[in-house]
Design a binder for this molecule. Structure first.
Ligand code: ZN
Length: 474
């Protein structure tokens, strides 16, 4: 064990230095100048106590209803935790402390030398724009109308689970063309690789009852993007066709509720999981994600080849696990990885990632009654988070019970965040924002789930939007 600790310590030191290089290089390329973006772990407290207890905690099996479990810790999502060797890694804080002390020492002894006057003003490389990256979301979408499925044919196909960003963008456009009074599409953020983060708005925006549902913040769980898109189309089709749910017309059900859907909450990561490094448009980000693989390999967190690693990627294009990036015990979270990785790296600051910010923006710019996070896998609904507020807990219980009744998924009490588990999205909404939130884990097996899992996921979740409208629109 001691040898391993020592080895891990050395590895982490090397990785921290390398991370500085890679991220510095990446940012430098993007901005055309060196900005002191520090990689994970250089923030001091991020590192302290790393591995003080096993990451294996996250992968614990979840029992049935009422049992205490941890969201997102089963099957696919737990895979990395199971492989992790970090439970025995010693905190690299000594390394960090040494680096910091060295820097402080330098500051004291160094006599400032005036920089020579530059002979010419350096021209910074302009940041690429979505236009320069030929992003579909800035194109004239009417040019794609020829590709729109004929009337009577569904827009969202379910023959493959690989639902690319471009296809999502087109299908959202087609849905707004076919159902102009029922489906509104906005852009609520921009990903690290400058993709639009889409927000679909259904129902009455003037209502006081808003609901946010976001899907696939973990890249390899992209089967839920397909679920979201099918839910949107089915809603529109049924509402337009005079359909009913529990005897009420769909249109009436949505008269006093507004549902905001983020079908692709982490578009860059999802593209990496579907298509590899080449799907990233900025070279600097390919470097970072490639570096994640090298680093996770050195740390013993993965033994997968690059292709397999990318297919099971969870983070965003900065190597940040978005479900560790929220303001819920973020500072205390110390059991993750101090450097960019496929998972468990919490980022350089609370809500540092644009994808996190998009989720927060939608919830906070509306009177939001509840937030639902779709993950995979496990066929479970996590709620509670051991919040003490009775009213909030009751509201969360109602939400979980309603969804459980609808989906047939069992509910489980999610543990309160601690140094092993923190920065979670639903934890944030419950603990920090005081908004009822649950995490729904769809499907069974290891992510990415195949299209063969989809029929069962669909069967369980096809009426979720109607159920929510019924619960909150009254
Ligand atoms: Zn997940």
């Amino acid at each position: 064990m001691k040898k391993r600790k020592k080895r891990n310590k050395i590895l982490l030191t090397i990785l921290l230095v390398l991370a500085l290089g890679v991220i510095g290089l990446g940012i430098g390329r993007m901005a055309g100048r060196l900005v002191g973006v520090r990689p994970a772990g250089s923030e001091g407290q991020e590192n302290q106590g790393l591995g003080s207890s096993g990451m294996g905690n996250q992968g614990q099996a979840i029992q049935g209803q009422g049992s205490t479990g941890q969201k997102d810790g089963i099957n696919g999502d737990a895979e990395m935790s199971g492989m992790s060797d970090l439970s025995s890694a010693e905190a690299p804080s000594t390394t960090e402390d040494a680096m910091q002390k060295e820097e402080q020492a330098k500051d004291v002894t160094k006599t400032p030398t005036p920089s020579p006057k530059p002979t010419s003003t350096p021209t910074p490389t302009p940041m690429p724009t979505r236009e320069s990256l030929n992003d579909i979301s800035v194109q004239d979408m009417s040019a794609y109308l020829g590709e729109m499925p004929l009337d009577g044919t569904d827009i969202v196909g379910t023959d493959t689970v690989d639902y690319t960003y471009e296809e999502v963008a087109k299908d959202l456009y087609f849905l707004t063309v076919r159902y102009p009074d029922l489906v509104k599409v906005r852009v609520c953020g921009e990903s690290v690789d400058k993709r639009a983060i889409y927000e679909v708005v259904l129902g009455n925006e003037a209502s006081e009852n808003h609901i946010e549902i976001h899907y696939a913040m973990h890249s390899r769980e992209y089967i839920n993007t397909l679920l979201a898109m099918r839910q949107i189309e089915e809603f529109a089709k049924n509402a337009a066709g005079g359909g009913t749910y529990n005897g009420a017309s769909i249109r009436d059900l949505f008269a006093n509720v507004c549902i905001h859907i983020l079908p692709m909450a982490n578009p860059d990561g999802e593209m990496v999981a579907m298509g590899g490094l080449e799907t990233l448009r900025l070279q600097s980000l390919r470097d970072i994600v490639h570096w994640c693989w090298e680093s996770d390999t050195l740390l013993g967190r993965t033994s997968a080849d690059l292709d397999t690693y990318l297919r099971t990627f969870k983070a965003n294009a900065h190597g940040c696990d978005l479900n560790k990036n929220f303001d819920a015990g973020w500072a205390e979270y110390s059991d993750g990885v101090p450097v960019p990785s496929t998972d468990c790296y919490k980022g350089t600051g609370v809500a540092s990632e644009p994808e996190t910010q998009a989720i927060l923006k939608v919830a906070h710019e509306n009177p939001t009654r509840c937030v639902i996070a779709y993950h995979s896998a496990g066929n479970m609904i996590y709620w509670n988070y051991e919040v003490e507020d009775e009213l909030l807990l009751n509201a969360d219980r109602d939400l979980a019970a309603g969804l459980s009744e609808m989906t047939g998924y069992a509910t489980a009490v999610a543990a309160k965040y601690n140094t092993h588990l923190a920065g979670g999205c639903s934890d944030y909404f419950m603990w920090t924002a005081g908004i009822p939130a649950v995490t729904v884990e769809t499907g069974q097996g290891t992510c990415p789930l195949t299209i063969y899992e989809f029929p069962a996921i669909w069967e369980s979740n096809k009426n979720v939007l109607y159920k929510l409208a019924e619960m909150y629109g009254g």
